[in-house]
Design a protein around this ligand. Structure first.
Ligand SMILES: *Cc1c(COP(=O)(O)O)cnc(C)c1O
Length: 463
């Protein structure tokens, strides 16, 4: 080792000496001795490496406490950080899908803080099972005879298949062999459930006779899957649930539908595109319907199975149910969300998902107009800042083709360089509350549909 390196090494203080600095003691109070010592060891290592590689000390060596503070702040930042979802996708799977109603949030807080009657029958009314209260609500809302709750809809489909058609053939149209993001593929789920997938029809056209021809002694289920994230257009034919139910009755086979999203209310009354409703499928005689808790329903991540009592009992008894069952936090949030549906007139204001989806374009336009001029002042040197109409999407594979008219603030670099735009997007992702926009057509779009705290956003973007 040469003399220069040696003299640099000797400028790295010992952990004990660093801990005696007043600024460091303050950090020990905030983060605890253990984390501070670990950080110091890590930073000492960094400093030594820099000496080895470039015969110099890092810039921050004149102020170790500030560097420790910076390092710990980043390290201790929560993994689940709140963000501004200005992506234009309301039910964004990567951003946690539905925002919950205040009623659900309160119910969760209470269930977390207290012992609850999760599987405890207070009054002999037969509520000693964790799904019972919610089952009653779901039956009331969908007309089904019984219900089962699990952790997500993928689990609902898996459990339903495993319990209803073990080692049996399940008939599905080729046009409905859906893949949902994150490795949920109908053929794979079938295999995992121990069922044999029998594909019938063609990608664009499937007829009732295709199902009939496929049925044999080893058939256990006729199944439909809602093509929730794509649409097949043109020369098409699909068999609707009513026809399939008639065939199922004739052949003595159950019929199931995986709806994916499933809305418990008619979205058209809010000016939104129609989405199939579980209650209509139950009314059509479908034996089992599965759907998600955190898509259009606007609740927590959960999977819901509603349907005929004898099938649900079979599902509840299956060993996989124990592995996939929902916990008290999920159940509390789901119950509170479903109770809102008992008062449909309150739903639009109380349920954030519905409120954001049905928000009037004029509201987004007004917010864009209010923020435009301060943002032009702040960013105008580098960017053309405008308020422009745009189209939001619902997301999470709900209503894949339909778009909702909205308004956005757009930023396009004056130097025309994509690099500048990427840098802006990255800078905003690094804000105390990261701002998630959408890069499209050489612009960064901030779709204001999901913006609820205008003031904080503006303050942060102007800082
Ligand atoms: C979203 C979806 C699923 C998966 O639901 P998760 O709640 O995300 O597990 C399954 N099937 C269909 C048709 C879907 O749209």
């Amino acid at each position: 080792m040469n003399n220069q390196a040696q003299s640099l090494y000797s400028q790295i203080p010992s952990v004990d000496r660093l801990l005696n600095e007043p600024a460091m003691s303050a950090l020990v109070v905030e983060y605890g001795q253990h984390l501070v010592v670990e950080s110091l060891r890590y930073l000492q290592q960094q400093a030594r490496q820099q000496i080895t590689h470039s015969a110099s000390l890092p810039e921050w060596c004149h102020d170790w406490a500030s560097e420790v503070s910076r390092y710990l702040m980043i390290k201790q930042r929560a993994g689940l950080q709140p963000v501004f979802n200005l992506s234009g996708t309301v039910l964004h799977t990567n951003l946690g899908r539905a925002l919950l109603a205040e009623e659900a949030i309160d119910a969760v807080a209470s269930a977390m803080r207290n012992a609850v009657t999760l599987e405890y029958d207070l009054d002999g009314a037969g509520r000693g099972h964790r799904d019972n209260v919610i089952s009653e609500l779901l039956c009331e809302l969908t007309g089904a005879q019984a219900a089962c709750i699990v952790n997500n809809n993928a689990a609902a489909v898996l459990l339903m298949l495993a319990a209803v058609a073990p080692d049996k053939e399940v008939v599905v149209s080729r046009g409905e062999l859906v893949e949902i993001g994150g490795a949920f593929r109908v053929p794979d789920v079938m295999r995992q459930a121990g069922c044999k997938l029998v594909e019938v029809g063609t990608t664009n056209r499937t007829h009732l006779r295709d199902y009939r021809d496929a049925a044999n002694d080893n058939t256990g289920l006729l199944m439909k899957v809602h093509t929730s994230n794509y649409s097949i257009e043109g020369f098409t034919a699909a068999v609707d649930e009513k026809e399939l139910v008639a065939l199922g009755r004739e052949l003595n086979l159950p019929v199931a539908t995986d709806l994916g999203s499933g809305s418990l209310i008619d979205l058209q009354q809010y000016g939104l595109p129609a989405e199939p409703m579980p209650q209509n499928l139950i009314a059509a005689g479908v034996d089992l319907v599965t759907f998600s808790g955190d898509k259009l329903l606007g609740g927590p991540q959960a999977g819901i199975i509603v349907g005929a009592k004898h099938w649900i009992e079979k599902i509840q008894r299956h060993p996989l149910k124990r592995a996939l069952r929902a916990g008290k936090i999920t159940l509390a949030a789901l119950e509170a969300t479903l109770r809102l549906y008992q008062q449909p007139e309150r739903l639009q204001s109380a349920l954030p998902t519905l409120r954001l989806l049905s928000r009037d374009t004029s509201e987004m336009k007004r917010m864009a107009a209010d923020m435009l001029s301060p943002l032009q002042q702040r960013y105008g040197e580098e960017f053309n800042v405008s308020a422009e109409p745009c189209l939001s999407q619902i997301g999470s594979g709900s209503l894949p083709v339909d778009r909702l008219p909205s308004y956005a603030l757009t930023f396009s670099p004056k130097d025309g360089r994509g690099r500048t735009l990427e840098a802006l997007a990255e800078r905003w992702r690094g804000l105390p509350v990261p701002v998630i926009g959408r890069l499209q057509e050489g612009k960064l779009w901030l779709d204001l549909r999901c913006l609820q705290d205008e003031r904080s956003l503006l303050e942060m973007l102007l800082a």
